[in-house]
Design a protein around this ligand. Structure first.
Ligand SMILES: Cc1cc2nc3c(=O)[nH]c(=O)nc-3n(C[C@H](O)[C@H](O)[C@H](O)COP(=O)(O)OP(=O)(O)OC[C@H]3O[C@@H](n4cnc5c(N)ncnc54)[C@H](O)[C@@H]3O)c2cc1C
Length: 484
C-alpha cells in the first residue's frame, strides 16, 4: 500500500476528504490517526515539519510533576499513561530517566512534601514509572557532585522520559504516508480559505495554498478542514477571516540553553525549583546538557530567540545551584525558544499554572480547531479530534490502531549513530521529505552544528552530487561545507 512520496503541491490530487493545516506534533498525530483508519488526507506546513514549537520543547515525555501542586491529577495521570505507552511503542525515540529534585533549607517546599509528591507520581502512573527514590544529602551529592552542598537537605527522585521531539513528529508523518491517499507537503502554507458550494451544490472548503519555495499557488478542495497550528492559530484565523473567531491563546515563551558536558559534567537530570515558583530542568542528553525553561508572556509568535534577560535568568540559577561548574555566557553552545500554545482560562492566570488540557472547537460546519495540550499527550489530542471528525463522517473509530509501532523509522537517529552510506542518504532524500539543507542536517540527522560532527560533514562533502540538486541550500550552509 506504500505510495511513492509525493510531497510537492503541484504533484498531488486537488480533492482530499480532510486537510490538516500544521505539521507539528498535533497535526502529525492527527494525520497518522486518519491514515491508520485509511481516510485520505493532506497535511501541510508553512515551513519544515516539526520545525516550530514541536522541536523547541524541553524534550520530555512527562506527567508534569509540578501540576500535582495544582491538584490536576487527571492531567498527570493521562500524561503518565501516554509517556509509559510511548516508552513501549517507540523505544528508539525515547528512554526513561530518573530526575532529582533537590531541596534546600530555604526551599519553599519542604523535603517531606517532595518525597510525598514523588510517591504520588508513581501511584498516578499505576506503578509503571521506574520507582521513585528518596535521597538524603550525602546520597544526593554522590549522584550530583556539582550541586551546591550548603543548605542541601536531600532530594526526591522520580522518573520521566526523554524524547527526540523532532523525530517523533517526523515518524508520525512517515507512518501516515504509508497509506494510499495520504499526502504531506512541507513548505506549503494556507493563504486563503472559503466555504462555498461546488457544481453539485455541496458545501466544501476551497483553499488557496502557496508553495513557499517556488512561490506558486494552487487551489485545493476538501470536506473537512482541521487547524492544528499551535501558537500561530489566532493570527492565522484572523488573517483568513473564514469564520468568526475570538482569540483564545495565551502565548508563553520558554527558552533553553545547550551546554557541552565538558563544561557542565552532569550525568542525570536535575529539577531546580527556585524561589519565584518556576521550575528549571537540567537534562543531560548525549554529550550535551539542556537547561530550560523560562515562562514569559510573549507578544509575538515570531520571536523565537532566547532574550538576554532569559539567558541571564537561567545562568544565574545555574550559578546558584551548581557553583562548582562556574558556568558563564561563553559556555553556552546554543540557545532556542518556543511558544507554548496555552488556552486562555481567565485574565489573571499564572502562566506556569495555566492547565495543559487541550480544547477542540468547531467554529463552523466541518471545521475543527485544536489548541493547548502538550507534546506528551498528542496521541490523546489526535484521537479526540478524529473521534469528533468520524462522528460527522459516520465512520467507526478504532482506538487500538494508534498503539501500533511506527511502520517507518528514521534512517538516522542521532542517539544511535550509524555509518552513513549513499543508499541511506538516498532513502532520507526520497522518503523523509527534506527540502532544504537545514531540514536534512538538523531534523533528519539531528546535527545542529556541522563543526561538532566532522564525520557527517565529510560524508556530505563527498556525496554532494546526491543532495545538492535536490535541496535548497542557503549560502552560509554551502559555505560551511566548502570551508571545511
Ligand atoms: C519551551 C517549551 C518547552 C516545552 N516542553 C515540553 C515538554 O518537555 N514536554 C511536553 O510534553 N510538552 C512540552 N511543551 C509543549 C509542546 O512542545 C507543545 O504543546 C507542542 O509542541 C505544540 O505542538 P503543535 O503541533 O500544536 O504546534 P507547532 O509545533 O508549533 O506546529 C504548528 C505548525 O503550524 C504551522 N503553520 C502555521 N501557520 C500555517 C499556515 N498558514 N499554513 C501551514 N502551516 C502553518 C507552523 O509552521 C507549525 O509547524 C513545551 C513547549 C515549549 C514552548
Amino acid at each position: 500500500m506504500t505510495n511513492s512520496i509525493k510531497n510537492e503541491l503541484k504533484d498531488i490530487p486537488s480533492f482530499h476528504p480532510v486537510v490538516i493545516i500544521g505539521g507539528g506534533i498535533v497535526g502529525s498525530g492527527i494525520f497518522r490517526e486518519l491514515s491508520l483508519h485509511q481516510v485520505g488526507c493532506l497535511l501541510i506546513d508553512k515551513f519544515d515539519f516539526s520545525s516550530q514549537t514541536s522541536q523547541s520543547s524541553s524534550k520530555m515525555l512527562h506527567g508534569g510533576i509540578r501540576y500535582l501542586e495544582n491538584m490536576d491529577f487527571s492531567l498527570v495521570w493521562e500524561a503518565l499513561k501516554e509517556k509509559n505507552r510511548w516508552l513501549e511503542i517507540a523505544p528508539h525515540l525515547c528512554y526513561p530517566k530518573h530526575f532529582s529534585m533537590p531541596v534546600y533549607k530555604e526551599s519553599s517546599r519542604p523535603l517531606w512534601m517532595i518525597h510525598a509528591g514523588v510517591f504520588l507520581y508513581d501511584i498516578l502512573s499505576g506503578f509503571k514509572n521506574m520507582p521513585h527514590k528518596r535521597t538524603n544529602k550525602e546520597q544526593t551529592l554522590e549522584e550530583h557532585p556539582y550541586l551546591r552542598d550548603q543548605g542541601l537537605k536531600g532530594a526526591g527522585v522520580y522518573s520521566d522520559a526523554i524524547v527526540d521531539d523532532a523525530k517523533m513528529t517526523l515518524e508520525c508523518i512517515y507512518d501516515g504516508l504509508k497509506e494510499r491517499d495520504s499526502y504531506a507537503c512541507n513548505y506549503t502554507s494556507l493563504v486563503k480559505a472559503e466555504r462555498k458550494k461546488d457544481s453539485n451544490n455541496k458545501e466544501l472548503y476551497f483553499l488557496t495554498m502557496k508553495d513557499e519555495i517556488t512561490g506558486q499557488t494552487r487551489e485545493m478542495v476538501c470536506e473537512h478542514l482541521v487547524f492544528a497550528t499551535g501558537p500561530f492559530t489566532d493570527r492565522l484565523l484572523k488573517d483568513l477571516n473564514l469564520f468568526s473567531w475570538t482569540p483564545k491563546l495565551i502565548l508563553s515563551k520558554g527558552s533553553h540553553l545547550w551546554f557541552s558536558k565538558e563544561d557542565f559534567p552532569l550525568e542525570n537530570p536535575v529539577v531546580l525549583t527556585p524561589d519565584d515558583g518556576r521550575v528549571i530542568f537540567v537534562i543531560p542528553q548525549g554529550n550535551k546538557v539542556l537547561v530550560g525553561t523560562t515562562e514569559k508572556a510573549a507578544t509575538s509568535e515570531f520571536n523565537q530567540e532566547a532574550s538576554q534577560e532569559e539567558i541571564e535568568y537561567l545562568l544565574n540559577n545555574l550559578r546558584e545551584y551548581f557553583p562548582k561548574a562556574q558556568l558563564a555566557q561563553e559556555h553556552i553552545m546554543a540557545s532556542f525558544a518556543g511558544l507554548r500554545p496555552l488556552v486562555r482560562e481567565d485574565e489573571g492566570s499564572d502562566l506556569g499554572k495555566v492547565a495543559r488540557h487541550h480544547k477542540i472547537y468547531q467554529p463552523q460546519d466541518h471545521a475543527y480547531v485544536i489548541l493547548g495540550g502538550k507534546y506528551t499527550t498528542f496521541r490523546v489530542m489526535a484521537s479526540d479530534l478524529v473521534k469528533i471528525l468520524f462522528s460527522q463522517m459516520k465512520k467507526t473509530y478504532h482506538p487500538e490502531l494508534s498503539l501500533t509501532p511506527f511502520r517507518q523509522k528514521s534512517t538516522y537517529l542521532p542517539w544511535k549513530p550509524i555509518d552513513l552510506d549513499r543508499q541511506k542518504l538516498k532513502t532520507i532524500l526520497d522518503r523523509e521529505c527534506p527540502k532544504t539543507f537545514e531540514d536534512l542536517i538538523l531534523r533528519r540527522m539531528g546535527v545542529w552544528n556541522l563543526e561538532e560532527a566532522p564525520h557527517i560533514r565529510e560524508f556530505l562533502k563527498e556525496n554532494e552530487s546526491l543532495w545538492l540538486p535536490k535541496l535548497r541550500v542557503p549560502e552560509d550552509w554551502a559555505q560551511i561545507i566548502k570551508d571545511n
